[in-house]
Design a protein around this ligand. Structure first.
Ligand code: PL4
Length: 397
């Protein structure tokens, strides 16, 4: 049996396990040191009561004849309806809202809609699955210099105020956009989203909009969804998740909006195609997770989402303030849980090693998110307050 050539094209090490490996090696060599992780964006705080009660009562109901349920392939209708109401002012029909086991899983599956022939453009730096998933489906080839062949990297750096140069994007592209951005923490303005939407509609491109951090936006002028912009329903798919706002990273629940108005060249419905893909290779999100998600979107649950995201935003503020006091330039951390710190003239891994060896703090090297991430390091605000306080004290001390 020969391997799928796409497997041979993908670089063998995935960023986050590589960081975990280095952390473990360091800890083994220095067993007396308490390492603090501001690396992977993994939630640390317990699930709040309303959402937890939703999970628990469904788990209990499953052991009763009346409460038992089996496959729920397409997702609960009440959950899809509630997502439409809470996040989109009710404008999407439940058949435009697809429940999933998380945003990352949907990003991987969505690429099946367009196959290997589609030109792919990504913000650089970017969450790795956009690029790695494109390699796995064959839309991109092997590493070629600092990036994968066939991917159009769109640098988003301080030089262009983190907004990509759309003239680099080929017509008919699949365009990955993430806002609030992982890793830079930058949030696009309404005018910038309008520019993206106008570009995509004109060039026959589709935007895959990852809004996994939308609940961290506090500035009322910043858009929480691409569907706040007119025209997005004919050029955008939006992915979102309960992972970060509700602490569901381990519970696993997300959703994707594929509007009825989105069509392939020639008019075929992308919504229908997605429905077919999901029915074929996905068997539905856990019914326990869905009950928890519904509870998280109750009035009490929404207050909990606010409190939980506030908690991590306070960490972000402390990290930003501490780095600023040390004269390190940063962006993000005000409407997002990530702080993107620049270390001119140094490599990201060099800074990562210094932070680990000197301050015993794990971060994420910016170069792991793409070539334009070189010389940056990402600090994640997902952590207990006391750990973040200690990390900040070490950094100033
Ligand atoms: C570590 C922009 C984190 N093992 O939990 P999901 O699948 O609903 O959402 C994942 C996700 C989707 N979209 C964006 C994200 O940043 C994430 C999570 N990213 C990070 O530190 O960058 C967790 C990464 C995890 C992984 O590989 O995804």
């Amino acid at each position: 049996m020969k391997p799928n050539p796409c497997i041979e094209n993908i670089s063998p090490g995935y960023l986050f396990p590589e960081i975990a490996k280095r952390r473990t090696a360091y800890q083994q060599a220095h067993p007396d040191v308490r390492v603090i992780s501001l690396g992977v964006g993994n939630t640390t705080e317990p699930i709040f009561p309303a959402a937890a009660a939703g999970l628990a009562s469904e788990a209990k109901a499953l052991s009763t004849p009346d409460g038992y349920s089996g496959y729920q392939d397409e997702g609960r209708e009440d959950l899809r309806q509630r997502i439409s109401e809470v996040f989109y002012g009710g404008k999407f029909h439940i058949d435009e809202v697809f429940i999933s086991d998380g945003a990352k899983c949907d990003v991987g599956r969505l690429q099946l809609l367009f196959g290997r022939g589609v030109p792919v453009a990504v913000q650089d730096p970017a969450y790795p699955v956009y690029v790695d998933g494109s390699v796995l489906i064959g839309a991109a080839g092997a590493m070629d210099g600092t990036g994968y062949a066939g991917i159009t990297y769109l640098p988003c750096t301080p030089d262009n105020a983190f907004f990509p140069d759309l003239s680099l994007v080929q017509p008919g592209s699949l365009l990955y956009i993430c806002s609030p951005n992982n890793p830079t923490g930058y949030v696009m303005t309404r005018a910038q989203l309008a520019e993206l939407v106008a570009f995509a509609n004109k060039s026959g491109s589709v935007i895959l909009f990852d809004a996994a951090y939308s609940e961290f936006i506090r500035d009322a002028d910043l858009p929480k969804t691409i569907f706040e912009v007119d025209g997005a329903e004919t050029c955008a798919i939006e992915i979102n998740s309960f992972s970060k706002p509700a602490g569901f990273t381990g519970v696993r629940l997300g959703w994707t909006v594929v509007p009825f108005g989105l069509a392939y060249e020639g008019g075929g419905s992308i919504n229908k195609a997605w429905s077919r893909v999901m029915a074929t290779i996905f068997n539905g999100a856990s019914n326990i997770a869905q009950a928890g998600g519904l509870a998280a979107l109750s009035e009490a649950g929404l207050k909990e989402i606010r409190a939980l995201t506030d908690y991590y935003l306070e960490n972000a503020r402390r990290i930003r303030e501490t780095l600023g006091a040390r004269g390190i330039a940063t962006v993000g951390g005000d409407n997002s849980p990530y702080i993107w710190a620049q270390f001119p003239g140094r490599t990201s891994w060099d800074v990562f090693d210094e932070l680990l060896n000197t301050y015993h703090i794990v971060t994420t090297p910016g170069s792991g998110f793409g070539p334009a991430g070189e010389s940056f390091v990402r600090f994640s605000a997902f952590g207990h307050h006391k750990d973040v306080e200690e990390a900040c004290a070490r950094l100033v001390g």
